[in-house]
Design a protein around this ligand. Structure first.
Ligand code: FMN
Length: 178
């Protein structure tokens, strides 16, 4: 796929088929995340790749029931001390964001679906996945092949937040001054 086609094809997938993700693809997806730039090249981003069915079901019951269909869930984490901060901004969030987006776009290029999940009880996820106290869980995403049909939950979220819509470029971009 051409790069712009990958970027355009990416969308949040909230319904998955039972097809497993090939190890080779998963490795390449994680490799793309590894290559991301980061604050002073500190590479703070760490991933927990969850394939254990019991843990996936536990996460689904904590978060969204549709997650239990996913063959893989990835938790993107970082110790904030392994990155920097400037202008009152913690850059570990940026580091993780860039790395996770590289993961997401690579998954898209392989025909796989993902969905950035930020709404979760961090304490519960940390307990389930044995995450050390100093490490933040920034985001989760399932990785899997999209189901043929989108479920009710996915349709509902898309309608509520208008997922398919983007502001026009002239509302986003200023030229030469604000
Ligand atoms: C930081 C962030 C947090 C998000 N958290 C959630 C979430 O908790 N649950 C969910 O279903 N989608 C979540 N999303 C997905 C957004 O709803 C989605 O990206 C947006 O509606 C645009 O739709 P699209 O991804 O299909 O283009 C999140 C996205 C981002 C970037």
């Amino acid at each position: 796929m051409e790069f712009m086609d990958v970027v355009s094809a990416r969308k949040s997938v909230r319904s998955y088929s039972s097809q497993e993700v090939e190890e080779e693809k998963l490795t390449k997806i994680l490799e793309a995340a590894r290559l991301a730039p980061s604050w002073a090249n500190k590479q703070c981003c760490k991933y927990i790749v969850v394939k254990d069915k019991a843990k996936i079901e536990a996460m689904a019951s904590m978060l969204n029931s549709w997650l239990k269909q996913a063959p893989v869930i990835v938790a993107a984490c970082a110790d904030p001390k392994d990155s920097g901060s400037r202008n009152s901004m913690d850059y570990f969030l940026v580091d993780v964001g860039i790395s996770l987006q590289q993961l997401v776009l690579t998954a898209t290029a392989f025909g796989l679906g993902t969905c950035w999940i930020g709404a979760f009880d961090e304490a519960k996820i940390k307990k389930l996945l044995d995450v050390p106290a100093n490490v933040k869980v920034v985001a989760l995403t399932p990785i899997g092949y999209p189901a043929d049909k989108e479920g009710f939950g996915g349709k509902l979220v898309k309608t509520l937040v208008g997922s398919g819509k983007r502001k026009p470029l002239d509302e986003m971009v200023h030229w030469d001054k604000w």
